[in-house]
Design a binder for this molecule. Structure first.
Ligand code: GLU
Length: 503
């Protein structure tokens, strides 16, 4: 059992380089649950020091996606906090990072490097030619005298600042996810990373670390892809003389076929896509909490409060998780079924408006109509975006591109026309239009005509919906209303008559 010293402070520190990937949301959820479980704080920080990869609007999109998922933060770019600002480019402008770089330079733990990227490429190519598998770059200025550095600077050459990584020895850290196991890295296998670019902008390695320190972050819970950089971070903490946070690197999420990581390019994994497709944030949250963490070997459906209560880091696994969109869809269906019909109505209205089936601001009668229709699809809906397609015939006139679909098995065209006429006439005589009355009337007709129920109900289904598969028939007739149902049956009869003339 891992002992966690409260109070904890954790953070999610996205780079605004595009939409929020679903794997990022999983990392957020682990951080958030950890903070809430231990009664600590969850901080949001925007890491935008990579000007080349910066995408305008991405930070706003990330915040909006997080709000939709339902996580909140105690400090962040939009709400501020005691460690403002929470955006690294603003922090850089304030000179927050520079002072630490100056300290490292002064103490000989970092150095100015005037080498150009072209020169590095040449060195890399030469190393490859010599058969070196990996190129561990240590710049020549490591051992330059102050005079040499001053001379190069006087020439006005641009420079980066690099960490002077020890050439020998071992760097170790512990990772909570691997049961607190120690990870040891041979310093010889490292290289002198850039801390400050020639533009004066700090790189991730430096900026995140200074911020984690200044913001009193106790636990760094982040993706497994950072394990290989952690030794540099440890060396930087040592160089700055600061205590390290505790690390927990959470496992990757693999693609469904297990071939490689879930990818921004190849997979449909933008958080706002789940929103568009009609996933409930609570279902997505529940599903993502289980990507690399489990409570036991069988409990899956858990509310947010249950997850907060149950989330401990020792149950985060070190082996990769496997993305399973079908499972997520099933889970969404379960959450949809748990909802009341009133609530589902409200959640479906935007999807129906967007499909043009109802007004953008639904009228009271539209809302009431939708509320009436919801029970017809409530049981089988898995993504809310399916609703417009499932319900469209309730709002739009039906067509019969293939009139033969109206003809039931073992019946012919004239027989179908006669049957539909009779059914239409019977239904037109009903004074009460509800499921029991409609059902009684149609079942009597089945007996009278000596048909199979499936034959009569099948042709009426196609007549009123235009499809062979639709929600339960009597409920559909009731919801559609008597006039509309009768009109559609007449239209079907007419279509069959026209078809029989041309045949
Ligand atoms: N800005 C980094 C990223 O977007 C954060 C990594 C970390 O959590 O340390 O991946």
């Amino acid at each position: 059992m891992i002992h966690i010293n409260a109070p904890v402070r954790v953070r999610f520190a996205p780079s605004p380089t595009g939409f929020l990937h679903i794997g990022g949301v999983r990392t957020v959820i682990f951080n958030w649950l950890f903070a809430r479980h231990y009664g600590g704080q969850f901080i949001l920080r925007i890491e935008d020091t990579d000007e080349k990869r910066y995408v305008a609007g991405a930070a706003e999109d990330i915040l909006e996606s997080l709000r939709w998922v339902g996580v909140d933060w105690d400090e962040g770019p939009d709400i501020g906090g005691p460690h403002e600002p929470y955006v690294q480019s603003l922090r850089s402008e304030l000179g927050i990072y520079q002072q630490y770089v100056d300290q490292l330079l002064l103490r000989g733990l970092a150095y100015k490097s005037f080498i150009t990227s072209e020169e590095i490429e040449v060195m890399k190519a030469a190393a490859q030619e010599r058969g070196l598998k990996s190129f561990r770059f240590r710049s020549r200025e490591r051992d330059w005298s102050a005079d040499q550095v001053a001379a190069a600077e006087a020439e006005g050459k641009p420079y980066t600042v690099r960490l002077k990584v020890p050439l020998s020895g071992t760097t170790s850290f512990h990772d909570l996810v691997r049961g607190g196991e120690a990870i040891n890295v041979n310093n010889h296998d490292l290289y002198d990373i850039v801390l400050l670019k020639s533009s004066g902008m700090p790189v991730y390695h430096l900026a995140h670390l200074i911020d984690d320190h200044l913001m009193n972050i106790t636990h760094v819970i982040r993706g497994e892809e950072w394990v290989s950089s952690t030794a540099y971070h440890v060396l930087l903490y040592q160089a700055l003389g600061w205590d390290m946070p505790i690390y927990a690197h959470v496992p990757n999420i693999l693609r469904q076929d297990g071939r490689g990581k879930l990818s921004k390019r190849k997979d449909d994994v933008a958080t706002n896509r789940f929103w568009e497709r009609g996933y409930l944030p609570e279902a997505l949250f529940n599903y993502l909490a289980l990507q690399g963490w489990s409570y036991d070997d069988h409990t899956e459906i858990m509310s947010r409060d249950e997850l907060i209560e149950r989330f401990t880091i020792d149950r985060v696994q070190s082996s990769p998780a496997r993305w399973n969109p079908d499972k997520l869809k099933d889970m969404n269906g379960i959450y949809i079924r748990q909802m009341s019909a009133d609530e589902l109505t409200e959640r479906l209205l935007p999807y129906l408006s967007q499909a043009g089936l109802i007004n953008a601001t639904p009228l009271p009668e539209e809302r009431a109509y939708v509320r009436h229709l919801v029970p017809l699809i409530h049981e089988r809906l898995e993504e809310m975006q399916e609703a417009p397609e499932l319900l469209s015939f309730f709002f739009q006139p039906v067509e019969y591109p293939n009139p033969l679909l109206l003809i039931p098995k073992k019946m012919d065209m004239p027989g179908t026309i006669a049957t539909l006429r009779e059914a239409q006439s019977r239904l037109s005589e009903l004074f009460i239009w509800d499921v029991p009355t409609i059902e009684a009337s149609l079942r009597t007709l089945v007996d009278e005509l000596g048909l199979k129920a499936g034959q009569l109900f099948g042709t009426i289904r196609v007549a009123i919906t235009g499809r062979t598969v639709a929600p339960p028939l009597f409920e559909t007739l009731e919801a559609l209303g008597q006039d509309r149902s009768l009109d559609r049956m007449l239209a079907a009869i007419q279509t069959l008559e026209e078809a029989s003339e041309t045949m």
